[in-house]
Write a protein that binds this ligand. Structure first.
Ligand SMILES: [Zn+2]
Length: 159
């Protein structure tokens, strides 16, 4: 069972969020992969990071203070989002999406971000359906993902 949301140490919070991912039906494999990354020092808290999270070209996942001190569900969702970038996209897709944004006049990075946002939404729906004590936070988080995608990328999250 995942820990509750009461710990303040960043590493314990990261491990608690990874546990939540692992305990969510359908996310066992993602949870294991995150756990392996963490054990190998490739998933880490970076106090100076301005983003919530970042998947680096070198195959690392960096998590910033905004995400680590957010709710546990929100932190877990950030891990799933960044994990999607890391495992389902080639490093150069970020650059490609950036330039595609200029060429097509669509918001820069939209093409790159859309599937990761969707993966995060799917995860939150599974959390909501599985854990009654996290359901409210998972619901609120889904709303805020829709809102922030619309705000940053200028349109709804559609297929
Ligand atoms: Zn992203």
């Amino acid at each position: 069972m995942p820990e509750t949301d009461s710990v303040s140490d960043p590493d314990r919070r990261l491990r608690a969020a990874i546990s939540l991912v692992s305990a969510t039906p359908g996310y066992d494999t993602v949870g294991k992969d995150l756990s392996n990354l963490y054990d190998r020092g490739k998933l880490e808290f970076v106090p100076t990071l301005e983003d919530r999270g970042q998947a680096t070209l070198g195959g690392r996942l960096l998590i910033g203070p905004e995400a680590v001190y957010d709710g546990l569900v929100s932190l877990a969702e950030t891990l799933v989002h960044e994990h999607w970038h890391l495992r389902h996209q080639l490093p150069l897709e970020k650059t490609a999406s950036f330039w595609a944004g200029f060429v097509t006049g669509k918001h820069v990075m939209r093409r790159y971000e859309m599937p990761a946002y969707k993966a995060a939404l799917q995860f939150l729906a599974a959390v909501e359906a599985t854990f009654p004590h996290f359901a409210e936070e998972a619901r609120a988080e889904q709303n805020s993902i829709h809102a922030s995608f619309a705000q940053f990328y200028g349109g709804p999250l559609t297929s």
